[in-house]
Design a protein. Sequence first.
Length: 290
Amino acid sequence: MRPDVMKFRSKLRDYYILTKPEVNLLILMTTSAGYYLASRGAFQIAGLVNTLIGTLLVASGTATLNQWMERVWDGQMRRTAKRPLPAGRVSAREAFAFGVLLSLAGGAYLAVLINWTAAALAVSTLLSYLLIYTPLKRKTPLCTLLGAFPGAMPTLIGWAGASSKINSHAWFLFALLFLWQFPHFLAIALMYREDYARAGYKMLPDFDRDGRFTRGEILACSVLLVLATLYPGFHSGPASLMILALTGALFLYPATKLAVGGTRRAAARVVHASVLYLPVCLVIITRVAA
């Protein structure tokens, strides 16, 4: 293969990495759940696809601009030092332009092809993530709490994409994703505590030297999340309730093990369990709603 072609393909791959595709997969999944649950009458495939495209563009722009803002500190952490910006494979100017272009395109796409409510929710998610959550990561552990708000917004974007409005059922779905983020991201913070500290990120409170408080917080939020996900099962019969209860028990097991013994491996198991638990719960809830 010619060197110029190889260089071009490598550059495209770096731009793709900037969008954080692994995070976008979860975003699209929760957006889809919101859209499906809000749909009434004949399901609009075109509406779902357009909602997902617009949301993906905004989410990719947000991820790119987040890495642009944190490029210096990403270079100080082992887990992020090889990203395109700190590694120098993409310049700061290129990343900024790419992020702004994606964000504007996504907002405009939603406004024109879906509705202004979905577009406004997507743009507010971007702004709160970049202007509130991202700067607070170096100031206070409360960043996780505040960051959970934009993190749960894809459910509302999907809901608005299908119905143009937000109701109490949409807020319930929002609450589930809001709660889910605490065991997921706090377990990640435990896994990479030294790495975050090296870059000056205050993801965990200074007083929690042994991680006991954070581990208790993970367990408490996990219990609340499982209890909340059981609610739809009470309205759909014993079979759905049993499946949700079993799924919740499988999620609570690693969270309990982490609370008892705070090893890095135990924290990793909570992260993996949370990534599996969320899609399973959303599928069950959407089936229940159907």
